[in-house]
Write a protein that binds this ligand. Structure first.
Ligand code: GLN
Length: 537
């Protein structure tokens, strides 16, 4: 008889930014290495329907899926740490729950009833878990619940999980609670009280965690393990340490394996599986930690002080570095500093320059100076989305004599709008989910650097933009030497630009960073790091 689907719910306590998403993703890695199929999803209790309209200051990066869903950056971890390809069904927010319930109420689906948080909203949440289970056919569904236990807005989700565990049978559900063990330096002691109180809050709602993952700077000693086990009512072996890793987040699965998290979960859920062989993963980690070479890459953006704003780009650089046996040291440079000081001061000595995606005109002139510097000084350049548009504007201004060239995003009156609003974007008023989003095919032209890198004619890449290379300027710009090396199928939108007479100069209208994986670096990132290495030598 086929095994019933098993469910793991990962909640967080004490503080946010605990690495709950990484813990969930790492558990996914370990379970896949045990030969099990997993799918991950995230529940976000905020009221936005999706994070697409939030500033990186609020939310960090918006991660885009194949189907065009704009999602939480934890979905990036899930796709990078496992073999999952996720869809819009894998990120549920309170905004979506309420939107669905209210739409149904207006339609008359609840005719005669008072519509309430319980059962109507909780049913909506439970339906989503079942839906993901049906669509994926995975052995195990791992669901991470955003926020911290005790938040008002998370309550509905936790109540839904409590009910769900009764619906499918408690034996098919494993609750994991991730908490923080702070170290009080003056006393030299690790404190377990916040964990006890956070678990008490969960139990108040009716959820008894099966496993507690303790984030800790150091190790977790026996005394503290026992204390947590006793006060939190879990088995002693089910208190797991999640230590700060030294070098890279890809060490997390290896760390969690030390306390055999995967085994505890499969035992709890009654699943038979094999001991994981992590040697490939460990090889990848070793390549990150102990490479032969090193390059310095400048990332010139607007949100450089935020760790999470360009997360997938930083990860992709790490993947490409490991594949090239190279440590990639990223220098994050604020584009406005380049406006103030000029490019040379900040960019000399760099082996590669990357301009990531972005919106709005703050810092754009600094980015244009950056692209000019990279082009003229023959430093490897990689522009992503806005970074491609910037390279085009710079080239038009300085190599085609269109001195006032611009994007209509930054200057609606520009006499030379070399980047302009896509036709289908004209008249769009709603801001949510209305960009050109998600994966679509492009054709790469032969005898181009892009073709050399990909080694194929048709590629599929994920998008998130409203503006495009204005086809009216195509001929003039190409004639001056900025080659268009890929166009979308069938619309013919410009997807990649490159300069042949340069060690490496590529702009991509899409977001390659969403498809790079630890042992499968993205070909453009790989080529960029290889070129940076060449530049250094
Ligand atoms: N702001 C630009 C556009 O909408 C670039 C978007 C991006 O970099 N993701 O086209």
């Amino acid at each position: 008889m086929a095994q019933p689907t098993k469910y793991i719910f990962v909640t967080g306590g004490v503080v946010s930014s605990l690495g709950k998403g990484l813990a969930a993703a790492s558990l996914g890695t370990l379970l896949e290495h045990r030969g099990l199929s997993v799918i991950l999803q995230k529940f976000d209790p905020y009221l936005n329907v999706d994070p697409g309209t939030m500033s990186p200051y609020q939310h960090g990066e918006v991660y885009v899926l194949d189907d065009g869903a704009e999602t939480d950056l934890d979905l990036g971890h899930y796709e990078r740490f496992t073999n999952c390809t996720l869809s819009k069904f894998n990120n549920l927010t309170s905004g979506q729950v309420f939107e669905n319930v209210i739409r149904k109420e207006r339609k008359g689906d609840y005719l005669g009833k008072t519509v309430q948080f319980i059962p109507h909203c909780t049913d909506e949440i439970k339906a989503r878990i079942n839906d993901v289970a049906l669509r994926s056919d995975a052995d195990i569904i791992i669901t991470e619940i955003g926020g911290t236990v005790g938040d008002i807005e998370g309550h509905l989700f936790l109540e839904a999980l409590r009910q769900f565990s009764l619906d499918v049978g408690r034996e098919n559900v494993c609750f994991i609670h991730v908490t923080l063990l702070p170290l009080i330096k003056a006393a030299g002691e690790i404190k377990t009280k916040p964990t006890q109180q956070s678990v008490a809050k969960l139990r108040e709602i009716g959820i008894q965690p099966d496993i507690i993952i303790c984030r800790t700077e150091h190790d977790l000693d026996e005394d503290n393990r026992r204390k947590i086990a006793m006060f939190c009512n879990v088995e002693h072996k089910n208190v797991v340490a999640f230590r700060d890793v030294d070098h890279t987040i890809y060490e997390c699965p290896v760390d969690l394996r030390r306390d055999k998290l995967d085994r505890l979960v499969t035992d709890r859920l009654g699943i038979k599986s094999t001991t994981p062989d992590l040697s490939n993963w460990q090889d990848f980690v070793d390549h990150i930690i102990n490479p032969t070479h090193e390059v310095k890459i400048a990332v010139v953006g607007k949100y450089i002080e935020l760790q999470d704003a360009y997360k997938s780009i930083y990860e992709s650089l790490t993947h490409a570095g490991a594949a090239n046996d190279t440590r990639v040291t990223v220098e994050r440079i604020d584009a406005e500093m380049i406006e103030r000081d000029g490019a040379e001061v900040h960019l000399s000595g760099m082996n590669g320059i990357l301009i990531p995606g972005g919106f709005g005109d703050r810092g754009t002139e600094g980015k244009i100076l950056t692209a000019k510097y990279a082009r003229e000084q023959k430093i490897p350049y990689f522009g992503i989305c806005l970074g491609m548009q910037i390279a085009t504007i710079e080239f038009a201004r300085n190599a085609c004599d269109l001195t006032e060239a611009n994007s209509t995003e930054f200057n609606k009156e520009s006499p030379h709008p070399v980047i302009s609003l896509q036709e289908e974007q004209q008249g769009v008023e709603d801001m949510g989910a209305t960009m050109r989003l998600g994966a679509s095919d492009s054709k790469i032209l032969p005898n181009t650097v892009a073709h050399q890198l990909y080694g194929k004619d048709i590629i599929s890449e994920r998008h998130r933009h409203r503006y495009e290379f204005n086809p009216a300027y195509r001929q003039q710009i190409e004639a001056a030497g900025l080659k268009i090396s890929a166009v979308s199928e069938p619309e013919g939108l410009v997807e990649i630009v490159e300069i042949s007479d340069h060690p490496f100069f590529i702009g991509a209208q899409f977001h390659p960073e969403f498809q790079s994986r630890p042992n499968h670096p993205h070909p453009i990132f790989s080529g960029f790091i290889a070129a940076a290495l060449q530049h250094r030598s």
